[in-house]
Design a protein around this ligand. Structure first.
Ligand code: SAM
Length: 396
């Protein structure tokens, strides 16, 4: 532990048998902090929450390959440290704390300190001043400042209180903190440019955005369980399976509409993927794919005009759940269901309507098909539509 007069800096990592268990700090995207934390949990197991958008995870053998699957991680900090920002903490004290920490953790090499703020700004704390103060203190014959192409990048995040976010978050209390660490040079935030649904050869307005598609897949992980195949029984234009293929996962996609089947094939050829795409009713994926293992069933079922003729969307969803269990009884369901915008302001424990049904009734129907709901979290689509992200594990 590095301690600086007037406040304490937590060097993150538990001491086990005299060896410090290495930790990583993950900084989440502001679009949906709640789902950022849920995604981190699905991928990495237990997390320690420092702030709605900042979590710690233990560094294990497969950590880097797991976090490379994430949709909502913005930054990964190595050898991290953190400091709670109370009223009397100044930029210059944070700079001093970073310089004390650097004495223990920095290798020789050129460096830059880059600081950014998230959440509400904090009086008396400025990213520019922290960069200047820490840079001046750390600079030495072994560590020369190079702002253009540094060998070591110290990344600092000043995380203020969150307020007025687009999505509700059960974690309301968020004390401001500063976190910093060495930026992992191999980490690149997922770049979706050129991957929007309208860039693909086959596009329809039902196409899911790549970030949400990727999120549905990553929410399908569980600690100690790998995913080998992504099954989408309502594949539409292939938004979800394209993201699966780009990660090297197997693709089993189907749709009842042959135009969608052909369009998904066209889109998967465009990304150069191996795949199996079939025309079939979602209630029949059991016989189409047979028994398999290590699957996530990731899909957004039809609603409104995209539902097939007069078939009821709810019955169709429930029959897809039953046939998913036939395919992989150990699998995970990761889906988003239509709901009203009131869920964005409502207490998540209150009764709300999803797919035209009261949530408690729908949860019971899901349970009757052998699935246990482990996550429900709303996403805003537009003023009059929201979707509830639902993740289910097998109930036995
Ligand atoms: C909301 S869209 C899925 C969009 C898709 N995620 C994408 O990125 O393009 C729902 C799809 O379900 C299909 N569908 C409707 N009824 C079906 C059924 N009974 N079985 C299988 N697919 C069905 C529709 O043809 C439509 O393509």
């Amino acid at each position: 532990m590095v301690s600086v007069e007037a406040f304490r800096v937590e060097v993150l990592g538990a001491l086990i048998g005299g060896v410090r268990l290495q930790m990583l700090t993950l900084v989440g995207n502001g679009w949906h902090p709640w789902l950022f934390r849920e995604e981190s949990k699905s991928l990495m197991g237990e997390i320690e929450v420092l702030h709605p958008r900042v979590v710690n995870i233990p560094l294990q053998e497969n950590t880097h390959s797991r976090i490379s699957r994430a949709a909502l991680i913005d930054d990964v900090l190595e050898n991290p440290a953190s400091l709670t920002i109370t009223e009397d903490v100044t930029s210059s004290q944070i700079g001093e704390a970073i310089s004390e920490w650097s004495a223990e953790f920095m290798e020789p090499g050129t460096f830059a300190v880059r600081s950014r703020s998230i959440g509400i700004g904090i009086d008396g704390v400025s990213s520019k001043d922290i960069e200047k103060e820490a840079g001046a203190r750390i600079s030495s014959i072994n560590n020369i400042v190079d702002l253009g192409d540094p060998e070591i990048e110290i990344s600092v995040v000043i995380a203020g209180r969150t307020e007025g976010e687009a999505h509700p978050d059960p974690l309301v209390e968020a004390n401001p903190i500063a976190v910093w660490g060495i930026r992992n040079p191999d980490w690149e935030r997922e770049n979706y440019s050129g991957r929007s649904p309208t860039d693909r050869p086959f596009f329809k307005p039902v196409s899911l955005e790549p970030r949400q598609a990727r999120l549905l897949i990553s929410l399908g992980y569980r600690p100690g369980r790998e995913i080998r195949e992504v099954v989408d029984p309502f594949c539409g234009t292939g938004g979800i399976v394209i993201e699966a293929a780009l990660q090297g996962l197997g693709v089993l996609a189907s749709d009842l509409d042959s135009r969608m089947v052909n369009g998904t094939r066209e889109n998967l050829d465009w990304v150069g993927a191996d795949y199996r795409v079939e025309k079939c009713n979602a209630s029949e994926i059991g016989s189409t794919w047979g028994r398999r293992s290590d699957c996530v069933f990731a899909f957004d079922p039809p609603y409104g005009r995209s539902s097939w003729k007069s078939e009821d969307g709810l019955d169709l969803f429930l029959s897809a759940l039953s046939s998913a269990r036939e395919v992989d009884p150990e699998g995970v369901i990761s889906t988003m269901l239509p709901t009203g915008p009131e869920v964005l302001s409502q207490n998540p424990e209150e009764e709300f309507i999803v797919m035209g049904k009261k949530w408690s009734e729908l949860e019971e129907l899901i349970a009757q098909r052998g699935w246990r709901v482990v996550l429900k979290s709303p996403i805003k689509v537009h003023r009059s539509l929201a979707r509830m992200v639902i993740v289910c594990h097998p109930s036995d």
